[in-house]
Design a protein around this ligand. Sequence first.
Ligand SMILES: Cc1ncc(COP(=O)(O)O)c(C=O)c1O
Length: 381
Amino acid sequence: MAGFVFSDKPITIDHGEGVYLVSDRGKKYLDLGASYACTPTGHCHPQVVEAVTEQAEKLLYVQGSYPVAARNELHEKLGALGPGDVSNVWLCNSGTEANEAALKFARSATGGTKIVATKRAFHGRTMGTLSATWKPKYRKPFEPLLEDVEFVTYGDSEELAEAIDDETAAFIAEPIQGEGGIHPAPEGYLETAREITEETGTALIFDEIQTGVGRTGDLWACEGYGVTPDILTSAKGIASGLPLGATLCADWIAEEAGPHGSTFSGNPVVCAAANATLEVIVDEDLPGQAAEIGSYIREELEASDLPIRGVRGKGLMIGIGVKRANRALRDLALEHQVLALPAGRTVLRLLPPLTLEREHADEALEALHAVLAPEVEAEAE
Ligand SMILES: Cc1ncc(COP(=O)(O)O)c(C=O)c1O
């Protein structure tokens, strides 16, 4: 298991300040990955820190069968913020658990077994979610996985119509594929998925673990597409970095969800962090900020003469096609103190905190120019 991002020159992080991480040597790094998209409100947002501290002093844990104010509040908040009638909330501790629950609930509610997933998808690493994850590198060592899973080409409505039938429990997809390289759903694809799943009684699951809580310019990416799923999963940034996953379900799923549980489901400290996170996201209109700053970054990159192979994404979920992502990441970090993420070998992935402002975006663009421009010269030689 790798311990460091840059193994030849590891950076040890001491603390976080908004959109920056600070190393033990006092060097400030612009965190354009929001640490795997987990800090939409920035590092250590004071409102989140205060809520966590207050809750920690009162009660660290109580079993899930005893109601507790922080958890009740989160159920209510998420229920109200869920798209359409997707307002029944199951809480857990990670993205993979949220998706695992979604797949279980879909099977239980529909009585079907088959799961349709998309090529390039990433849904997690438990045996169930790994079965719906595409990359052979993640799957191979653990096979055999769930049998009844079929992969379809992301964006191909005809293939989807052929794959889904009355026996299909669920179609699971990311509205914008993240790990797979930042691929937004093509126009009409999610609408078609909604129509087909409605006709066959299949549960439509949107995995919004990377796209959710404001990142794409809407609170949930599916709202931007105008399509409401039966199940929506969230995790990563929902509690500003504390471990929380949520599976939001429509009534017909919740009524037949079947027995499911987890000891740490709805831990009060984590719920307090999520309550504060959601308040900050809504009150500070972070989805609006993500839309504005995201457009600015994409437009600047598109208008530049950098040797990039396209810019994809929405809001502050941006993929930049480059020759060698790992080399660019290393140079960004070590020479310019800017941290980003890869999505495969040739895509630089930006998932910054949604609190990113214009001056931070300019700092990022300057670093990207410095790192990517030499490739033009190298190619011209
Ligand atoms: C779209 C998507 N689904 C699921 C997961 C799994 O989440 P976790 O790592 O919290 O289990 C991820 C993580 O990267 C993800 O991006």
